[in-house]
Design a binder for this molecule. Structure first.
Ligand SMILES: [Zn+2]
Length: 454
């Protein structure tokens, strides 16, 4: 869609009668570093970040880098509303720009949010007439430089106050005198997503150079050649009445849990949402019912992909979590809607898994017991057979056999065989002696009688 918008705007620009920049051969840019002064309220310091880092100082660094870079181009004159830490009213800033004959005033800022949830780069412009046309087209050029660099786009937007006029003072005052003023919010330095890209002085200077490049894109400025006439590259279409901000929350936000993983303690989800008059920006999940969830629980908001109405992903819950989970979806105006909360019971799944594991373990133990029993029985039978074989072996020795079935005879068995043979031999010798004595008994008696002289 965005690809179509740019050429379309460009064609419209060509059709619209060529609006000429006030200065015939130069464009006058007034850069307004936000805030400034020595008080301690938001007006003077702007946002205050970690380690007491004040937005006003960062705004000035970026603004000075922007001025320096712009001066590299031809056909441009650049002024700063302040180049020091001084207090200026909003009217002072716009009046100074007017005095310098500004074609446009760029009010330079960095952002912060109450709960440090948001990140992304946004630009505000007047919602009315030519101030909108210039502001929006210039804003798109700067935004393109930012997104090409890797920043997250949060939109080129308008904001209307309660009285129906532009919400921001510098923009409102600019419109009163016909001067387009844009507020460029480079990013949220209180949020780590933006801080990693915008956290150092080198980053703040880089941003100034990107801003300058975006401004040069819009006016078609060149560093090499001098233009005879400076004309904006394109305009946005003039709104009927005024450009409308999105004032309604996202609609039809639903959360569906598609899977639970008890190993990683992650739930897989599907979130649906629409925003008929705006663009969805972030989404997040948190534990509990919508009414009881503090905004901080939605830390690490994820980006809603432009053009999509379903986002899927995983969300980590505490181990064994049993309770509600809710999804929240924001649009680029930070308006949000919550889904109905959904029940999640990780504990039940864990219990079920444990019951299954226990059952399996019992089955395995029973199998092991049976196996051990079978082994023992096998051993018992084997040992009985061995004893039988031994007895047979002893008997076979007596019969002249060789004993064991493999023909090998152990030392014990050998000893037993020798003992048996000796015993048989002794018995046989005694029997033989007895038989001999019995057979020769008469001769023996006679011999004894002869010897003794009977
Ligand atoms: Zn600011």
């Amino acid at each position: 869609m965005k690809r179509l918008v740019f050429p379309l705007i460009f064609i419209l620009c060509c059709l619209v009668s060529a609006h000429r920049v006030q200065a015939s051969d130069k464009v006058v840019i007034v850069i307004d570093p936000g805030h400034g002064g020595t008080g301690d309220d938001d007006t003077e310091n702007g946002a205050v970040y970690k380690n007491g880092l004040a937005e006003k100082d960062i705004d000035l660094i970026t603004s000075m880098a922007m001025k320096q870079e712009l001066l590299e181009y031809n056909n441009v004159e650049v002024y700063l509303t302040r180049d020091d830490d001084i207090k200026l009213s909003l009217a002072d800033r716009v009046n100074y720009a007017s005095l310098m004959g500004a074609d446009v005033m760029i009010s330079c800022h960095y952002n912060a949010s109450a709960d440090h949830l948001f990140y992304g780069s946004e630009i505000f412009t007047s919602a009315f007439g030519t101030c909108y046309m210039t502001g929006n087209a210039l804003g798109q050029c700067i935004m393109k430089r930012w997104t090409d660099y890797g920043l997250v786009e949060k939109g080129v937007k308008v904001r209307i106050g309660k009285n129906g006029d532009d919400y921001y003072g510098v923009i409102r005052r600019g419109r009163e005198i016909g001067l387009p003023v844009i507020i460029i919010e480079h990013g949220y330095l209180d949020n780590h997503f933006d801080f990693v890209r915008l956290g150092t002085e080198a980053d703040w200077e880089t941003m100034g150079r990107l801003d300058a490049a975006g401004i040069a894109d819009y006016y078609g400025l060149s560093k090499d050649s001098v233009l005879e006439n400076v004309l904006p590259s394109f305009y946005a279409v003039e709104p009927e009445g005024h450009a409308e901000p999105d004032v309604t929350e996202p609609e039809d936000v639903t959360l569906k849990i598609t899977d639970l993983d008890i190993e990683t303690s992650e739930i897989s989800y599907e979130i649906k949402a629409t925003d008929p008059d705006g663009r969805l920006m972030y989404y997040g999940l948190a534990l509990g019912e919508p009414v009881e969830i503090p905004p901080g629980d939605y830390a690490d908001l994820m980006l809603w992909e432009p053009g999509k109405n379903v986002m899927t992903g995983t969300f980590t819950v505490p181990t064994g979590y049993k309770g509600k989970v809710t999804a929240r979806v924001y649009n680029i105006y930070e308006l949000y809607s919550d889904s109905l909360s959904v029940d999640v019971d990780m504990q039940e799944l864990i219990d079920e898994r444990d019951r299954l594991l226990e059952k399996e373990a019992a089955k395995e133990a029973e199998e092991a017991r049976k196996k051990a029993e079978a082994e023992a029985e096998k051993k018992r039978i084997a040992s009985e057979k061995a004893k039988e074989r031994e007895q047979v072996g002893d008997f076979s020795i007596l019969l002249g056999g060789r004993g064991g079935k493999d023909g090998k005879v152990s030392e014990t068995k050998k000893r037993k065989r020798v003992t048996a043979l000796v015993t048989v031999f002794i018995i046989l010798s005694v029997v033989l002696l007895c038989v001999v004595i019995y057979a020769l008994r008469k001769r023996i008696i006679r011999y004894i009688r002869d010897r003794e002289g009977f």
